[in-house]
Design a protein around this ligand. Structure first.
Ligand SMILES: [Zn+2]
Length: 78
């Protein structure tokens, strides 16, 4: 498994085997985020979805979830 210097935790960790999302955002996550931090986000995203009553199938809600994700993971544009 290849490694990545993660922008969330600052450590060198395992890289995700494949982009976890479609499109450019998935590529950014794979390029910048370690597996451990991605797992943290998955747990956090469930709390956010429940807390705000968001529907991941709704495009507008999905946009909001992605905004939380960028913020949580400290993602930088490539
Ligand atoms: Zn990390």
């Amino acid at each position: 498994m290849s490694q990545v210097t993660c922008v969330k935790c600052g450590r060198v960790g395992d890289r995700l085997a494949s982009p976890p999302l479609g499109g450019q955002l998935g590529g950014l996550v794979q390029a910048q985020i370690c597996v451990e931090c991605w797992k943290e986000w998955l747990a956090m995203s469930i709390r956010i979805v429940n807390h705000y009553g968001l529907q991941p199938s709704d495009p507008a809600d999905r946009k909001q979830i992605h905004a939380f994700m960028r913020d949580f993971l400290n993602l930088r544009e490539a």
